[in-house]
Design a protein around this ligand. Sequence first.
Ligand code: FMN
Length: 195
Amino acid sequence: MSQHPDFSSRSAAAGVDTLFSHRWSPRAFKKIAIPIETIESIFDAARWAPSCFNEQPWLFVTSSNDKDFDTFLGLLNESNQVWAKNAGLICFIFSKKTFAHNGNDNNKAKFDCGAAWMSLTLQANMHQLHTHGIGGIDYANVYTTLNISPKDYDIICGFALGEIDLPNTLPDELSAKEFPSGRNPLDSVWQAGIR
Ligand SMILES: Cc1cc2nc3c(=O)[nH]c(=O)nc-3n(C[C@H](O)[C@H](O)[C@H](O)COP(=O)(O)O)c2cc1C
C-alpha cells in the first residue's frame, strides 16, 4: 500500500522547500482538541504577514468550545459539513474594508488576508496540523451569527484546522479524492520579461 499522503504528483523545482510543496488540504480530520498554546501560535503567525500600509486588515473568528463548534459548522454548506465536522476548530476570515489612517477603501485587504492565511497555515503545518480553506459557506448568515458588522468587514471564507486522519475515515466519494493535488507548470504562471 502506498504511503499517505503521496506527494508524487508534486514535483517542485530544485530548492523549493517541502514547507511549500507538502502543504495540502486534507478533508479527513481526527476529532482532537488543539491545545490553546498551539492555537495561539498559529494565529500569531498570521499577525506577521505583510499588508498595505501595515493595515493588518485580517480578522479571524474561531470556534472556541463544542457548542460554538456546532454553530460554526452550521455556517458551512452541507457538502463541507460532512468532512469539516471532525476538525479541531472552524474559523471564518473577515477583511476590514477601509484604511484606519484615512478611511478610504482598502482594495488590497483581501490580498493581505490571503498572505496572513498562508502564514498561519504554514505555522499549523509545523505543529503537524493542517488547514482546509472553505468558500462554500452561508454568506447570508455569517455576519449576524458571528456578530460581525458587514458595514466594516467583508467575509472572505472559512477554513478548518485540525489533525489529519486516514482517507478511509471519509465517505467513499471523498476518500477517493483524498490526495495532494498537482499544479500548473511554472511557465504558465511566471512570465520572465515581455512576451
Ligand atoms: C479560498 C478557498 C476556498 C475553498 N473552498 C473549498 C470548499 O468550499 N470546499 C472544499 O472541499 N475545498 C475548498 N477549498 C480547497 C481547495 O479546493 C484546495 O486548496 C485546492 O484544490 C488545492 O489543493 P491543496 O490545498 O490540497 O493544495 C478552498 C480553498 C481555498 C483557498
